[in-house]
Structures are given as C-alpha cells and as structure tokens.
Write a protein that binds this ligand. Structure first.
Ligand code: C2E
Ligand code: CA
Ligand code: CA
Length: 571
C-alpha cells in the first residue's frame, strides 16, 4: 500500500520482532504495540519465511543477532542478497558493542542496545528509520543504473536530501570521480571492455560508500558521485581502494581516474550546487597528466566564467586580428656550430581587456568545443603567408611548423585545405611541417594514421609532438607514419640532474637512428642541457636557451644570421 495512503488512513506500520527468548519478544511487543502492529518470530528461519511472505506489508524488522540455528547475521546476509528484501530496514538488537559495527556494515539500518530500558527512545528510533526508508523507497527500483547497480543521479540526490534531513549537523563531503578520456578506451578496446571497467569502478564506489556510511551513484557515462560524512584525506583513501583492484592498473586505468572533492559542504547551497562544485574541481584537471585530484575552491567559479568569456570573445578576436603568430627558432646542432633550421609557429592572443593570453589558457578550451578548427585555419594561413614572404625576401625558405590538433585531422577536406593554402602562398609541403601530438595517434590511431599517410604521400613531413607523454610504445613507433620525433619537454627538464632521463633519451636516439627519424628536443633552457643533448646525438634543438617565441619581425634577425652563417661557410 502506498505510504501516503497509510498516513491518511492512520494505519499502524507493521513491525516484525525476531528474538529466540520469549521474554524479550513479549517485552518489545508491549513497548511497541501502542504505535505499531507487531508480529513475532522465534528464530531466523521463521523470520525469513515471514519476511518473504509479508515483504510488501512489513515496515521494519527488529532482529536479535544471537539465536540458535540461523542467527541474525545470516538473516541479514540473506536479505542483503535479495533486491527486494534489501529495501526493508532492519534494526538489530544486541548487547555487545562490537556487533554493532559489523551488523551496520552488513546493511542494518540501526541498532538498539539490550536491555530495553528506554521505551520512548526505542519507539523514536524505529519511527525515524521507517520514515527514512519510506522516503527513499518512494523512488522505485527502476532508479538503479543497470550497468553498475548504483543509484542514478536523481535518486541519489533525493536520497542525499533525506540523509541531510536525518543528520542535520553532520559534516559531509561531495565527491566527483571521472575517467579521463573514457571514450577513447571504448574506441581502443571495445565497448565490452568499457562496460567492464565501469562495473569495476562502480563496485569500488559502492563498497566505499557503504563502509563510509555514505551513498554513491553514476551520474553520467563515465562519472560517479559520492556523498559521505566528512573525513580528512577522503580522496587518498578512495584512491587506495581503487589501487586494491589489481586489474585497474592495467592499461593505465588508475592513472586516468580523476577526483574532485568539495569537502565539508556548505549546507546553504542546495545539493545540485554542491555536486556542481565537486564536478568543477574534477573538470579542472581534465586532460592533466600530472594531477589526479582537485579540491573545490571558489576561484574555480571565476575560472569557469573566464572560460565562458574566452569562448564568447573568440570570433570577434579572429575578425579583429587579436591573434598573432609568434615564431620560435629551431637549431640544427649536429655540425660544429648550431644554425637555424626551421621555426615553430605558436599563437598568442592579445585580448583588449586581459592582455596577452598564453595558448595553454585557450587552446584546450577550443579543442574541447571544436573552435580550434577556425583558429588553426587562421594560424596556418598566417604562417604560410609569412613563410612565403620570407622565401621571396631572402631567397630561401625556412620551414615553419604548425600545430595540428586531432580534431583538425578529422575534419573532412583538411588535406585540400592545407594544400590550397600553401599553393596560394607559393610554398611547397617540404617547406611546411605539421606537428601532431603523440596522444592524437594513440587516441584515434586508425583515423589519424590514414590521414597522415595521405599527407605524407603529398610531400608533407610530420613531426610527432610531445613524444613520451602519450601511450605509444617504442616498438609501435616503427609502424607510425612520422618523419620527426619531438621529445617532450619533460625529458629535457631534468636530463642534467637525472640519470634515468638521460638514459631514456639515449634509448630513444638509438631507435630513432634505426628508424631514420630526426629528433628534436624542445624546452632546452640552459647550456648543460644543450651539451648533453648534443652529446647523445639529438639533431635539432628548440628552447629558451636559443630564443623564446618571437614576433615575425624579430624572427627575421635569425634569418639574416642564417644567411651570414651560410656565406661564412662558403668563403
Ligand atoms: P607545444 O607545441 O609543445 O609548444 C611548445 C611550448 O613550449 C610553447 O608554449 C613554447 O613557448 C614553450 N617553450 C619553448 N621553449 C621553452 C623553454 O625553453 N622552456 C619552457 N618552459 N617552455 C618553452 P606555448 O606557446 O605557450 O604553447 C603551448 C601549447 O599550445 C603548444 O605546446 C601547443 O600544443 C599549443 N599551441 C600553440 N599554438 C597553437 C596553435 O596555433 N594551434 C594549436 N592547435 N595548438 C597550439
Ligand atoms: Ca608543437
Ligand atoms: Ca611539444
């Protein structure tokens, strides 16, 4: 019967008392009968029989733990494994403190200590529990997520609200858990793998929630929420739980899990807002390879507003020419003296209000919403124009490389777009390099490889950017269509301090030699790094040691020096 109807009809809730001692059954019956309709059972078997038969009509079970035959724990276990019986609240009757925790973990809603000397307290506890469970059960079982068996988001938020009402002063943490670029795992290893992964993660979330007296849900394809009583370093503990599942270590899954937490939530905010905050923290480290977790702070809302603003301003900025292309020279270092061999085009945004904005602030945003295509088209065109102008002015072309995002490569007509551009500016594909990040290859390998192959057949050369940050293995390199390997800055950073990094670079050099690839090292900032890289045979160097990225007119200084260098060699 519907609970509202019960209230209207002032029906008494039906409570089952399970205890092997008659005196106890009698006593509870006496205490409770003014408020409830009481039925009794004298052992575990009889109790389960009644519970099964009366499932829809029972409101609560009072369960003695220690009984001959089937004891209270076994009854709890049996109920927990049954999707219908699980929803019936159980309060355990016990005289041992140690039994309380165990039974709560097994799914009991509460406990009442023996002996029963405070009837009012007992009645209040039972009423509270019934009320809690009835509010929760308003939402029916279809609210469970089929794949993980966790609650869905709506149900979860409703449940959280009820929890708040019952524990008005308890400190709570809101947590968001997300898998970084989950869709790629789906693409790489198939849907079945993805589903299995979500189930595993769901299972960890579920048991963690249970053990920490909280609740969890799956809020979208690859995202989970937790609402649990506040603890110091909750995320640390949660990460440990994920680490325990050995299978998650494979395929680097553990490193892809991102945590956002809004600790000790402010109850002035509604629940949606609290989880928005946790999510905001979680999203702030999306795509970040170093950070695994983030704690919400109010500046994140400012950050979000800034992001919105950049998106809103982008098209005007393109029209008004606020984007400028800078060039960072690259030097060939395998001869006695280093000389300019090419340059990388790097975009800068001169915003009328914010001043110069670095690409790391807007490129990821535009990659996320597709606007990168427009921006890159502009940058490539400008870089091509500049290269053509220099070629005519100085009588030789210094190849310029441009950055190409994964979604650029997936755009239909991309190859014609670039080819036409070069044609218009009077330069050849050999004079124009394309930098594609390593992660693009690992994330959509087949699609990217196909496009890159046809680019190369038209004479383009491809640099694999940020090599070492993606997931391609060294032996995969031989099958990838690339001409140049661009070591990620991370290798260069500590090469003069860390033996292991140097060894790694040496190993990459060996393989590159074998595959006949040119190796570029970027982020070279000091002489020590430069000398070591030269010693191991790196071909080309880019970094502050030689020059920061500079505007086109400053770049011309490097072009003129190259001419002087060539002339001195001829002489
Ligand atoms: P990237 O392609 O790896 O570019 C190298 C970045 O390292 C540049 O940052 C450059 O200024 C910086 N850098 C160069 N030498 C040094 C050094 O010695 N030390 C340090 N610490 N940094 C150095 P920037 O210009 O801020 O660009 C950041 C990233 O934004 C680029 O990383 C690239 O992925 C992306 N990007 C830049 N311009 C474009 C563009 O026009 N289109 C696309 N799709 N992405 C772009
Ligand atoms: Ca680059
Ligand atoms: Ca790079």
């Amino acid at each position: 019967m519907n609970n509202i109807l019960k209230d209207v009809l002032k029906l008494k809730r039906r409570v089952l008392v399970v205890d092997d001692e008659e005196i106890n059954r009698r006593m509870l019956e006496k205490i409770l009968s003014s408020e409830f309709e009481v039925i009794t059972a004298e052992d575990g078997n009889r109790a389960l029989e009644i519970i099964r038969r009366e499932a829809g009509r029972l409101s609560l079970v009072l369960l003695d733990l220690i009984m001959p035959g089937r004891d209270g724990y076994e009854v709890l276990e049996e109920m927990r494994d049954d999707s219908v019986l699980r929803k019936l609240p159980v309060i355990v009757l016990t005289s041992e403190a140690s039994a309380e925790v165990k039974s709560l973990k097994m799914g009991a809603a509460d406990f009442i200590p023996k002996p029963y000397d405070l009837p009012d307290v007992i009645i209040a506890r039972i009423e509270k529990t019934i009320q809690l469970y009835e509010s929760i059960n308003i939402v029916n079982a279809t609210q469970l997520d089929m794949l993980t068996g966790l609650y869905n988001k709506e149900y979860f938020l409703e449940y959280a609200l009820v929890m708040d009402q019952f524990y008005p002063s308890r400190k709570m943490d809101a947590v968001a858990v997300n898998i970084n670029r989950f869709h790629i795992l789906n693409e790489l290893y198939g849907r079945a793998f993805g589903d299995e992964l979500l189930q595993k993660i769901g299972a960890v979330i579920k048991s963690f929630a249970l053990e920490h007296d909280g609740i969890g849900c799956r809020y979208d394809a690859d995202g989970f929420f937790l609402y649990v009583p506040h603890e110091d370093d909750l995320i640390g503990r949660l990460a440990v739980e994920f680490g325990r599942d050995g299978t998650l270590e494979k395929r680097d899954i553990l490193n892809r899990i991102r945590y956002g937490i809004y600790p000790d939530v402010d109850r002035k905010f509604d629940l949606h807002r609290r989880f928005d905050c946790a999510l905001l923290a979680c999203n702030s480290i999306k795509g970040d390879f170093q950070k695994r977790s983030a704690v919400y702070d109010s500046s994140m809302h400012e950050r979000e507003a800034y992001t919105e603003r950049l998106i809103a301003d982008m098209e005007t900025a393109l029209k008004e020419g606020q984007f400028k292309v800078y060039y960072q020279p690259k030097f060939y270092i395998r001869d006695e003296e280093p000389y300019l061999s090419s340059a990388e085009a790097l975009v800068r945004w001169f915003h009328p209000e914010f001043g110069m904005i670095r690409p790391s602030d807007f490129i990821p945003i535009f990659e996320g919403n597709g606007m990168i295509r427009q921006l890159d088209h502009y940058v490539w065109k400008e870089a091509a124009r500049q290269t053509g102008e220099w070629k005519r002015k100085y009588g030789f072309a210094t190849p310029v490389s441009v950055n190409v995002s994964r979604i650029d490569l997936q755009k239909p007509g991309f190859i014609d777009e670039v080819t036409d551009m070069l044609h218009e500016e009077g330069i050849t594909p050999e004079e124009y390099l394309l930098e594609v990040t390593e992660s693009a290859y690992t994330e959509d390998s087949e699609g990217i490889i196909a496009v890159v192959n046809s680019l190369r057949s038209r004479g383009f050369r491809i640099e694999m950017d940020d090599f070492g940050t993606g997931y391609s293995s060294l032996n995969m390199l031989s099958s990838l269509p690339i001409d140049v390997l661009k070591l990620d800055m991370g290798f260069v950073k500590r090469i003069h301090e860390n033996e292991k990094d140097l060894k790694m670079v040496e190993l990459i050099m060996d393989i590159a030699d074998y595959l006949d690839l040119t190796v570029v090292a970027e982020g070279v900032e000091n002489e020590e790094q430069y000398k070591l890289l030269k010693a191991v045979g790196v071909h080309v160097i880019q970094g502050y040691y030689f020059s920061r990225p500079v505007p086109g007119d400053e770049m011309e200084g490097f072009l003129r020096r190259r001419i002087e260098y060539d002339n001195s060699r001829k002489a």
